[in-house]
Design a protein around this ligand. Structure first.
Ligand code: CA
Length: 234
């Protein structure tokens, strides 16, 4: 059998046949190539035999915990890992992200959500490979010029405090991807303050006041309930 698809190779590690079927149809329709594993052990073997460009990993597997699969993969590869979790498993998602997973989808998810997450994960890899990436980040009416340390909205300069700016640039560096509270705190305030989620809430509220049209309905800086924050990339 010849496989006409030439897109990135995605490894799906998921024990539920219905979800695998849904992923297979969606991925093939978007031109991705695909390997499938039903267990964590099988997934780790396949990943080593034929290194994928992206891994979609269910957190609830019958043999090894998805979190352990994440750790084992991270021991030797930087491949983007997108974890799948059931609603209400916020703690599991956070643990997987802190263990090195790149993003997550909560079941049930749509083809559109899946495609968007894959695009962001693969774009991030391309950017990392190319070096430090673009120095100007634009989304909607918001522009962050990292070289000039200049933030504008609709062409007008937005004045940020040093901490607000550091928080924003941390999100810009991972635009489109979720960042856990821990990750943001560690990068912006340093490891000693990694538990001060209250700081983060205060600064995020300030940043929204300055950047959003309606801070109560943010378009750029969105909250991932129980997990962290995400800066819109498109
Ligand atoms: Ca499962």
């Amino acid at each position: 059998m010849t496989n006409a698809a030439t897109g990135p190779l995605v490894l799906v590690i998921e024990d539920e046949p219905a979800i695998r079927k849904f992923l297979r149809a969606s991925l093939l329709a978007h031109g991705y190539r695909l390997n499938e594993a039903e267990t964590g052990k099988q997934g780790l073997i396949l990943a080593a035999q034929q290194p994928p460009e992206l891994v979609i990993l269910d957190l609830g597997l019958p043999d090894i915990d998805g979190l352990d699969v994440t750790r084992e993969l991270r021991a030797w590869t930087n491949v983007p890992i997108l974890v799948l979790s059931a609603r209400g498993q916020e703690g599991d998602k956070v643990a997987a992200l802190d263990a090195g997973a790149d993003d997550y989808l909560t079941k049930p998810f749509s083809v559109v959500e899946l495609a968007a997450r894959l695009r962001v994960a693969l774009r991030h890899v391309a950017r990392t490979k190319a070096g430090s990436g673009e120095s100007v980040f634009t989304v909607g009416e918001l522009k962050v010029d990292l070289g000039k340390r200049l933030v504008t909205k609709r062409g007008e300069t937005v004045h940020l405090t040093p901490t607000e700016y550091r928080l924003l640039t941390t999100l810009v560096q991972h635009a489109g991807r979720v960042l856990t509270h821990q990750m943001i705190l560690k990068e912006v305030w340093g490891p000693s303050d990694a538990n001060e989620i209250q700081y983060l809430r205060v600064y995020m509220a300030q940043l929204r006041q300055k950047l959003e049209d309606d801070p109560a309905q943010p378009r750029y800086l969105t909250t991932e309930p129980g997990v962290g924050y995400r800066l819109a990339a498109e």
